[in-house]
Write a protein that binds this ligand. Structure first.
Ligand code: IMP
Ligand code: MG
Length: 177
């Protein structure tokens, strides 16, 4: 794929520095006990991999998968679970790990799903927060960066499965968002 039409929004160093800070914030926010980080596939994989190593306390992790119907760069408002957690999270502290929250429809759906598993607590961290088009409120406990209403790729995030491997976060121009 050509990399023209992209500009860097958040550099590799800025990401690394913020993830380190988030790790300390998260560690300070939890008492002892089992802490499960639940990454939302596939976009949050890279973030989760760095985040678990930035939290100076024991953590476990697992993954959830979702797909939303409709246009690729806009959440269509209907979310489907494509992979469930496989670990028993009842009575554990659960922290959902997202790459980016836009309308909030995906995260709202996932929280409702996970609540049924009766965790001791259920909180969320997102690397990026796009507030402009939010339709569901009070979803996010820890935020890496506030970003404008632009479609971003890199550091796990894709456009039609490309660009997940980029080490920084870039704005993809011309995607019609
Ligand atoms: P929401 O349900 O509208 O909050 O959308 C959240 C999901 O859409 C995220 O988990 C991402 O997978 C995807 N998404 C939203 N914005 C972007 C973006 O700018 N780049 C890549 N994926 C995005
Ligand atoms: Mg995602």
């Amino acid at each position: 794929m050509t990399e023209t039409g992209m500009r860097i929004l958040i550099s590799t160093d800025e990401v690394r520095h913020r993830v380190t800070g988030l790790g300390l914030e998260i560690a300070a926010a939890y008492p002892d006990g089992t802490l499960y980080l639940i990454g939302v596939l596939k976009g949050a994989c890279v973030f989760l991999a760095d985040l678990v190593r930035a939290i100076p306390r024991p953590v476990r992790f697992d993954f959830l998968g979702t797909s939303s119907y409709g246009a690729e760069t806009i959440s269509a408002g209907e979310v489907k679970l494509t992979k469930d957690v496989t670990e028993d999270i009842r009575g554990a502290h659960v922290l959902v790990v997202e790459d980016v929250v836009d309308t909030g429809i995906t995260l709202d759906f996932l929280l409702e799903h996970l609540r049924k598993r009766e965790p001791a607590s259920l909180r969320t961290v997102t690397l990026l927060n796009k507030q402009a088009r939010r339709l569901r409120e009070n979803l996010i406990d820890f935020v890496g960066f506030e970003i404008p209403n632009e479609f971003v790729v890199g550091y796990g995030m894709d456009y039609n499965e490309d660009y997940r491997d980029l080490p920084d976060i870039r704005i993809l121009d011309g995607t019609g968002v």
